[in-house]
Design a protein around this ligand. Structure first.
Ligand SMILES: Cc1cc2nc3c(=O)[nH]c(=O)nc-3n(C[C@H](O)[C@H](O)[C@H](O)COP(=O)(O)OP(=O)(O)OC[C@H]3O[C@@H](n4cnc5c(N)ncnc54)[C@H](O)[C@@H]3O)c2cc1C
Length: 429
């Protein structure tokens, strides 16, 4: 089917990030459409393993505007979370089209062209909320495992019934690895390969957690952000590391009789080979080796050499493109429920402001700045040099200088400082 529909803003993804962005746009009266590949809102959570409960308490699992109906310090099941998201979209009447996969995004002049399984859409703004945990990461040598070994990524694991009789090797000791290994130890001889990236020093769910979780939340939300020196120093390191074990810890694994083994180095004669040279005779392997981003479907020059988005707090270097839900987008909590709402609001406000100014400019308002000049003005107001602005917008320094000159002329001010003051006074930034 091929359709061509025009929208002010298209949001890709109706998970927590996309819905929160939708909420903030709706609150500000802006039109938009959310597209999601899943058949039902919340399916990302529904499709996680059966026994999964959230690590974050209900108190912190709410999105802006709607509380999570559960005891504040209880840990909802993954299906309760999924239903909450579905209820959230219904409560605020957010326009979501499910069962629509976005295959490609490109740019046509100032607009975004969104090619999907249900036809083509066009939008002034594009919000990518497709999830930081998108593509399963599995080592290449996994395909060399003997075909009689049942293997799957943690994203495919549901319950022990999927496994064969015999031993199971869980590869990776993040929270998924620890929880899945713990569950499997009741039915299978279980080994876990890899080292944990630390653990939270109190019992999860216990009274102590009521005092510790607020502290962790405070640090992750207010302190470890791109807005603080400590956050800029520590945040990227934390984001690159595995999350510390939260609920199932090393001593729980030991008590459950789970054997800890060295990292998996490869495959020998169809069986997992460890770094210490040991070869394991197991019937099952679960790869709890994490996820990676994939933005290859967004054909817009907004990514660095590693494919990571170039952005500031979710505002991409290319005008009109936004992200919500990235790891360390602004804070250590950006990709989880307690942090995503703030980032969504920041992005929505930018869309609204820019849209208002563009509409204003079209009718002679906003001092007549063009959308590009407004982008430049924002970066000038953020204290960026012409060189930084050129890099952020992928244009030459000469072009930046020309835009700055036009801005000064249109605003009738003598300097960048005066332009910045004007911009703040007139809410141009
Ligand atoms: C096992 C596990 C447990 C977690 N537990 C917690 C927890 O307890 N507390 C917490 O705060 N966080 C937790 N997280 C982290 C995070 O909150 C979740 O991963 C959450 O689902 C992220 O929400 P999101 O909206 O960013 O992305 P997602 O939930 O992944 O939603 C993205 C949506 O985008 C859609 N999409 C993607 N690409 C396309 C495309 N090309 N076209 C159309 N649609 C597309 C997908 O269908 C999906 O619905 C957990 C993560 C995992 C993996």
């Amino acid at each position: 089917m091929s359709t061509q529909q025009q929208f002010e803003t298209v949001i890709v993804g109706a998970g927590q990030a996309g819905l929160a962005a939708g909420y903030h746009l709706k609150k500000r009266g802006r039109p938009f459409l959310i597209l999601d590949a899943n058949e039902r809102i919340g399916d990302t959570w529904r499709n996680r393993w059966d026994s999964l409960r959230l690590f974050t308490p209900a108190k912190y699992d709410r999105l802006p505007g709607m509380r999570f109906r559960a005891r504040r310090w209880s840990f909802p099941t993954k299906d309760e979370m999924a239903d909450y998201l579905e209820g959230y979209a219904a409560r605020f009447d957010l326009p979501v089209r499910t069962g629509v996969t976005v295959d490609r995004i490109s740019r046509n002049g100032e607009r975004y062209v969104v090619e999907t399984s249900e036809g083509t859409f066009e939008a002034d703004n594009l919000v990518v909320a497709s999830g930081a945990h998108r593509l399963p990461k599995v080592p290449r040598f996994a395909r060399e495992l003997d075909s009689r070994i049942v293997q799957m990524h943690s994203s495919e694991y549901r319950n022990p019934a999927q496994l064969r009789d015999g031993g199971v090797l869980v590869v990776g000791l993040g929270n998924s690895g620890a929880e899945i290994a713990f569950e499997l130890s009741r039915t299978h001889t279980t080994l876990v390969a890899g080292k944990a990236g630390g653990e939270i020093p109190v019992r999860h769910g216990g009274i102590a957690a009521r005092f510790v979780l607020p502290v962790i939340r405070f640090l992750g939300y207010h302190v470890l952000t791109k807005g603080t020196p400590i956050g800029r120093k520590v945040g990227p390191k934390l984001a690159a590391k595995a999350t510390p074990l939260i609920r199932v810890k090393s001593q729980d694994l030991a008590a459950a009789g789970i054997e800890r083994v060295a990292r998996v180095a490869g495959v020998r004669e169809g069986r997992p080979l460890l770094e210490d040279g040991r070869v394991l005779d197991v019937s099952n392997v679960i790869w709890c080796t994490g996820f990676r981003d994939d933005f290859s479907w967004i054909e817009v020059p907004a990514f660095d050499h590693d494919g990571a988005p170039r952005h500031e707090r979710g505002i991409a270097s290319v005008p009109g493109l936004y992200f919500v839900g990235l790891i360390f987008q602004y804070a250590v909590s950006s990709d989880v429920l307690p942090g995503v709402g703030r980032d969504a609001e920041y992005v929505a406000k930018h869309i609204v402001r820019l849209g208002a100014r563009t509409r204003g400019a079209a009718s002679g308002g906003a001092a007549g700045l063009t959308p590009r000049e407004l982008e430049v003005m924002q970066l000038v107001a953020a204290g960026k040099s012409n060189r930084d602005i050129a890099a952020a917008l992928s244009i030459s320094e000469n072009t930046v200088a020309r835009h700055v000159q036009n801005i000064l002329t249109k605003l009738e001010v003598p300097s960048r400082t005066a332009a910045t003051a004007f911009a703040f006074q007139h809410e141009l930034v």
